[in-house]
Write a protein that binds this ligand. Structure first.
Ligand code: C2E
Ligand code: MG
Ligand code: MG
Length: 591
């Protein structure tokens, strides 16, 4: 038997090294085991489906949620490629190229006969210490309920109940989107307003039910005339329909469509055993000659319709602009905006935002007006679109932002309790590369506490999800708040709301206007509020004009409101008077 010479320093050192390395190995094993257990716990308790594969794409890990979502059993898939062909293709690409996937939306059907589930899917490679790909990690989240809620909200919000056609909101939103995308100058499109002649008589004599049946048939005939992908038929309400022809070379194309529609009405409609003959009148306006924004195009198509109704019916009429003596012409307006900025003719009004439970003012929205020396106070709808088109919105928006922040500071210095100020941001400002820098500068110059500044953006600005996440992330880093204005009127992807780090949704006034009369709108408002609460996002409703609307919103736990029921937008001095009154009331109550 060998004994160790305790006096031999060389042997002793060797022994220590061996003991050390055994201890280290044991520790490493213990740590690895702990890590493994931890991994298992995380993998098995997460509510995401998780699949891990080896270098060849064979499954090494398949958690419980993956079983639930795919309908496959772990023991049947382990050491085999992923059974779902689409997922397998993604994984192959991850393993071959190292590509990473994030938030890919796709459908999974757990078992034949079961409903499809909508999942968000991420996949990325697992690398060893030399950065060599040794496997792939995939996870998917079930977003089915959120997806269906979004689809339902979108459908209800954008379609007409009776005919299933897109409604006014969809139609105007679609044209707005077309204009925002920047239609090129050579392109023209036509907006048609169609109205049934003598529909009222039919409704009165045959009853509303038969009137409804007729409207549905009319919708079908219009769809048959305008079925191309660049043609859009909508119902405005009553017996009014609109048609958009997006891609036309010249006006004759629109005239041909109008003539086809008039011809389609030559055949009778069979309603309740009657053969009804009904005719239609159509007014047409063209972009850009008859209007450069949605309102103007719709208004002029409507004028064209009524110009013709005076001359007789069953025909179409093209809008003819009447040269106006007064008014503000576009070109002069553009130059004047530039000058008005220099001459400081713009002013900010502030509309109080109210706590719906206590009636207290909790913030204001800054809304710009143009105090024109001869024309008086011009509302933003008259000059913001032109300022946007010409890019003048950028300096104007900067002025608005700075003025609102300075005003906030002035109120603070006068001793009023600081409150949030919301400023509207135009899409042109949002896409400027120096937006974050500009805001940073204004924060520094005005010394406003950023947590009192809120920027109102619109849904359309978030269409490019990656860009929006990046910009909004940077804005949030500055400590300011973000609100989505006119919520519900754009095409938003609700599944991204959380990622955009939104603080507040502002429900558009078009929904609030009809909550007491249109059950669809009431449902939408209630659903949006509930969904926002679930996501931890605050909600404010704008355009609240009546006590009933307020009560409905209160009953749905909408804690913030803004609208004429309380106050219209008012100058800064009047806000001070309001704040002083409320302070006096409070002091009196306390004293
Ligand atoms: P918005 O941001 O949705 O502002 C709300 C508009 O609704 C305001 O019109 C306000 O006066 C109006 N309003 C408020 N309460 C009620 C109500 O109870 N009933 C009704 N019918 N209307 C109500 P305003 O001031 O004419 O502004 C119109 C739009 O112009 C704003 O819509 C915003 O998109 C734009 N705008 C205003 N100021 C600025 C600005 O400084 N920068 C930018 N980029 N846009 C601005
Ligand atoms: Mg706003
Ligand atoms: Mg709004």
């Amino acid at each position: 038997m060998t004994t160790i010479d305790q006096h031999n320093p060389f042997l002793l050192a060797m022994l220590c090294t061996v003991v050390d390395s055994i201890e280290r190995e044991l520790l490493l094993k213990k740590q690895n085991r702990r890590l493994h257990i931890l991994n298992q716990v995380v993998i098995e308790t997460t509510r995401n489906g998780i699949i891990i594969t080896d270098r060849d794409g064979n499954i090494t890990e398949f958690n419980k949620f993956a079983e639930i979502l795919t309908g496959a059993k772990k023991q049947d898939v382990i050491n085999k490629p992923i059974p779902n062909a689409k997922t397998n293709d993604f994984i192959k690409e991850v393993l071959q190229t190292g590509k990473e996937y994030e938030d890919m939306e796709f459908m999974l059907r757990p078992k034949m006969g079961q409903d499809e589930r909508v999942c968000l899917f991420d996949a990325f490679p697992i690398r060893d210490e030399n950065m060599q790909i040794m496997g792939a990690f995939a996870q998917f989240r079930d977003i089915t309920e959120r997806y269906h809620t979004q689809k339902q909200i979108n459908y209800l919000a954008y379609h007409d109940d009776l005919t299933g056609l897109p409604n006014r909101r969809f139609f105007t939103g679609h044209i707005g989107e077309l204009l925002r995308q920047g239609v090129n100058e050579n392109r023209i499109f036509a907006v048609m307003f169609l109205d049934l002649d003598s529909f009222k008589k039919i409704n009165d004599t045959l009853g509303h039910n038969n009137g409804d049946v007729l409207l549905k048939m009319v919708a079908e005939r219009l769809k048959a005339c305008c079925h191309a992908s660049d043609q859009l038929v909508s119902r405005m309400g009553g017996d009014e329909f609109t048609i958009l022809l997006e891609e036309i070379k010249d006006q004759t194309e629109a005239i041909q469509v109008a003539e086809e529609i008039i011809r389609a009405f030559e055949k009778p409609f069979a309603v309740d055993g009657y053969e009804l003959y009904i005719t239609a009148s159509i007014g047409i306006a063209f972009y850009p000659q008859d209007g450069r924004d949605v309102e103007m195009l719709m208004k002029n198509a409507d004028i064209a319709l009524y110009q013709m109704k005076d001359d007789g019916k069953n025909n179409y009429n093209i809008f003819k602009s009447i040269p106006s003596g007064g008014g503000i012409e576009r070109l002069t307006l553009e130059n004047s905006i530039r000058k008005a900025l220099q001459l400081e003719e713009f002013v900010l009004y502030y509309q109080p935002q109210i706590d719906s439970k206590t009636g207290e003012i909790i913030g204001t929205e800054a809304l710009v007006r143009w105090n024109h020396p001869t024309l008086g106070l011009i509302p933003p709808a008259k000059f913001i679109p032109i300022a946007e088109e010409t890019g003048l919105i950028v300096p104007l928006g900067k002025w608005v932002l700075k003025t609102a922040c300075l005003q906030h500071q002035k109120w603070k210095e006068k001793g009023f309790t600081p409150m949030r100020v919301s400023v509207n941001l135009s899409s042109r400002q949002f896409s400027k590369h120096d937006l974050v820098e500009t805001i940073k500068e204004i924060l520094l110059e005005t010394h406003i506490d950023p947590s009192y500044l809120e920027l109102e953006i619109t849904e359309s600005m978030t269409m490019n999800v990656e860009v929006a996440i990046e910009i909004l992330g940077k804005l949030k880093e500055l400590g300011i708040l973000i609100c989505i204005d006119d919520f519900g009127t754009g095409y938003s992807n609700l599944s991204y709301l959380k990622q955009f780090a939104i603080d507040r949704l502002k429900i558009d006034q078009s929904f609030v206007r009809d909550i007491m009369t249109d059950s669809n709108d009431a449902d939408i408002v209630a659903t949006v509020i509930a969904m926002a609460h679930k996501l931890g996002i605050d909600v404010i409703a704008e355009g609240v004009e009546t006590k009933d609307q307020l009560n409905f919103l209160r009953s749905q736990n909408c804690h913030e409101v803004q609208g004429f029921y309380y106050y219209p937008p008012i100058p800064a001095e009047q806000i001070e008077q309001l704040l002083m009154q409320t302070t006096t009331i409070k002091t009196n109550l306390q004293g």
